[in-house]
Design a protein around this ligand. Sequence first.
Ligand code: SF4
Ligand code: SF4
Length: 406
Amino acid sequence: MKIATMKTPEQVTIPLQQHAGEVCNPVVCVGDIVSVGQLIGDGTSMIHSSVSGEVTAISELPHPAGKNVLSVVIKTHDGEKKDFKPADLSASKMSRIVRDAGIVEPNGLPTVYKKADIDTIIINGTNTGDLSSNAALMLNHPSEIVDGLRALIKSSGAKKAIIVIELDSEALHVMRTETIPDSDIKIVATPTYYPAGTENTLAKKFARKKVPRGSTPEDRGVLISSIASMKALYDVVHDGMPMIKKTITVTGAVRSPGNVLANIGTPIKHVIDACGGCSGTPVKIVMNGAISGVAQYSDEVPVIKTTTGILVQTESDINREPPAPCINCAWCVDECPIGLMPHLLYGYADSAQFDKCAELYIGDCVECGMCAYVCPSKLPLVQIIRYGKHGVAEMEMEIETGEVEA
Ligand code: SF4
Ligand code: SF4
């Protein structure tokens, strides 16, 4: 399973929000010449240029989340790789290195640990549904991933680390070979199931730490991270290169499906073209997996740090049946890996009863999409739950700022 490296596009559009949190402030101006790896956005995370070139615009542009976001447009030209020496690696400096490199997890949260007493690190090497970028990264960069993990072990003081890989993955043998000399890194095989990668599930299953509601795995001494983050850690620690590229699975109605390494900011239509283009008439492009991904409203939206896959669908792939009313079958409740009540969350979010959503722990939803997958009424549960989460966040913000009473 090879990862194809894309040609640098003529222009990239780099959104200043590719993480959970506020939009970053641009630290470049139109007309500036930037180089690969140069900081272009600063704030709740760090954002770097994935190309060398000239900044031609800084404006609100389409974003994979379905809204316009302040973005830096860079017209590329051949440039030298930035001569950037990594800072000395020490335990106390790792958090800063990670932050400065703008490394974020696939869920948009930064790859840093806030608690001092991390005992176990779990790296999620499973692939969800139609995505295979984790396996591709492990097959193509096993030693870099292990080196990135070693750096994380050293800096966090963790006693052990576990890389979880599916039993039928080609990467299992490769990673086992790579880690034989290490006693503190174990490769653990797991049957294929979905969703394998929810943080609480991983902590419970592989570190035997149950995470109570309202807590995080870190509260129990478990740090969960990803294969892509370990490769990104290696890139910054060894090459001084911040997070400027992403390995993406391109699948569905494309002529040469596979994994490609794309610069952050590359329009997704260029990524599809790099895979031979569409093999039919596309009617839907979904980012980040068929089960829990988000349909895109334009093929001009760029690859961002949280992009893991692009799925192209034609008319015959799409079920256009309109949703029916909830029949209270509770299948969604049975399937929810977090133990939530998706049908109730749907009803409360749909009727903007955000206080009730908060009472039912809507914030714990990991947006895995299992509820929607099994729902016989084909209700858009994840989209409405997402809407409910935003409603709860706004409600809490208003309470905090005193705009409404608690
Ligand atoms: S998407 Fe649905 S099944 Fe998945 S965690 Fe959220 S409520 Fe539960
Ligand atoms: S699976 Fe669908 S129909 Fe059944 S209870 Fe959940 S939301 Fe309602």
